[in-house]
Design a protein around this ligand. Structure first.
Ligand SMILES: *Cc1c(COP(=O)(O)O)cnc(C)c1O
Length: 360
């Protein structure tokens, strides 16, 4: 048997979450966000499962290339557009749509020659102050793009900074800024990330851009909200390879960071930070073993971690869930001072991926 640290990806859950996005906004089309290797889940099986989505969104042309090579013909939106003119011919050949956030990109399209025009999305900075045009520049940029023979359709897009907080009035402010910026201009609108899809009907627009919710992660920051009906897609699993009878006073692992308060059974699980399990989860998080929560003890090592087996029936080779089904990744993330997005995208190359097919 191999080391067997594996990520089990439930494609049925992925479909379920996608359908929830659709049902939340029946009048909108879905641009499924599958950037960063589909948030670490594997872009090709995810795209295959979500092939009903009217479009895909990725970060860059490098992320679009494997999709086209695998035969996906849907529109693919590049959320950061192009980085320089060297990419334009590939972008044109792959037929990608470009999000334009800066004047230099518009100038580049004005100078370029392309075999066929590209569809573009003007990104409006409605209040995130990261990428996008100031609302006052949207109309003049629209006029310039209209005049470009390299440009086909023009849509309008913005990104919400605080949609995960249902009580914040910042989203209302951003929606007003966005509406004001593109008032009277023809073209499709896209505003909503996952939190916008689930909590802000006014943000639905023509195109939704759900990302993290597709993978079964709640986008909401506040624990008080009822969890949306999302199913976790990735379960990170490993196994127990040793069970140690430790004595009172024994210190575990590096720096002896945990001291056993009594004679106790300690399990050694073959998963560590080199698999993507967060080192900072040590001493706070738990794993799931035979249906029971077992606290992680002491420091997480590169290839293993220690767990408290008091009160648990456990045998060598028992499977251990690090997050996923039965143990929300949001919880592991919070206990390690990060967000589920980061954990999902940092599962490392030595973890074996196994896909459970969606039922037809
Ligand atoms: C990543 C991203 C999304 C998806 O956000 P989630 O919070 O994962 O739903 C939507 N729009 C843009 C521009 C993004 O970069």
């Amino acid at each position: 048997m191999s080391r067997n640290t594996q990520a089990i990806v439930d494609l049925g859950a992925l479909r379920h979450n996608f359908e929830l996005a659709r049902r939340s906004a029946p009048g909108s089309r879905v641009m499924a966000v599958i950037k960063a290797n589909a948030y670490g889940h594997g872009v090709l099986p995810v795209a295959q499962t979500l092939s009903d989505a009217e479009a895909f969104a990725v970060t860059s042309v490098e992320e679009a290339l494997p999709l086209r090579e695998a035969g996906f013909a849907q529109p693919i939106v590049l959320l950061q557009g192009m980085y320089d003119d060297s990419e334009l011919s590939l972008i044109g050949r792959l037929g990608c749509e470009l999000v334009l956030h800066s004047l230099w990109q518009v100038e580049l399209l004005e100078r370029a020659s392309l075999s066929r025009p590209v569809a573009v999305w003007l990104k409006v900075d409605s209040g995130m102050h990261r990428l996008g045009f100031d609302p006052a520049l949207v109309r003049p940029m629209y006029e310039r793009l209209r005049a470009c023979n390299t440009v086909d359709r023009i849509g309008f897009l913005t990104h919400l900074a605080a949609a995960d907080d249902r009580d914040s009035d910042y989203t209302e402010f951003q929606l007003r800024e966005f509406e004001r910026a593109c008032a009277g201009l023809p073209g499709e609108r896209s505003i909503a990330n996952s939190a916008g899809v689930l909590a802000w009907p006014r943000a639905h627009g023509d195109w939704l851009r759900p990302g993290v919710m597709l993978y079964g992660v709640s986008p909401f920051a506040d624990g008080r909200d009822e969890r949306p009906d999302l199913r976790p897609v990735m379960t990170l699993q490993s196994r127990l390879v040793a069970i140690n009878a430790c004595r009172r006073g024994d210190r575990l692992g590096y720096a002896g960071a945990y001291t056993c308060p009594e004679n106790m059974a300690v399990g050694i699980v073959t998963a560590g930070y080199a698999d993507g399990y967060p080192r900072h989860a040590g001493a706070k998080a738990s794993v799931l073993l035979n249906g029971r929560r077992c606290p992680v003890l002491g420091r997480v090592s590169m290839d293993m971690l220690c767990v408290d087996l008091r009160g648990v029936e456990a045998r060598i080779h028992d499977p251990v869930t690090l997050w996923g089904e039965g143990l929300p990744i949001e919880e592991v993330a919070e206990l390690s001072g990060t967000i589920a997005y980061e954990l999902l995208t940092k599962v490392t190359g030595r973890v074996r991926f196994e896909y459970r097919e969606a039922e037809a």
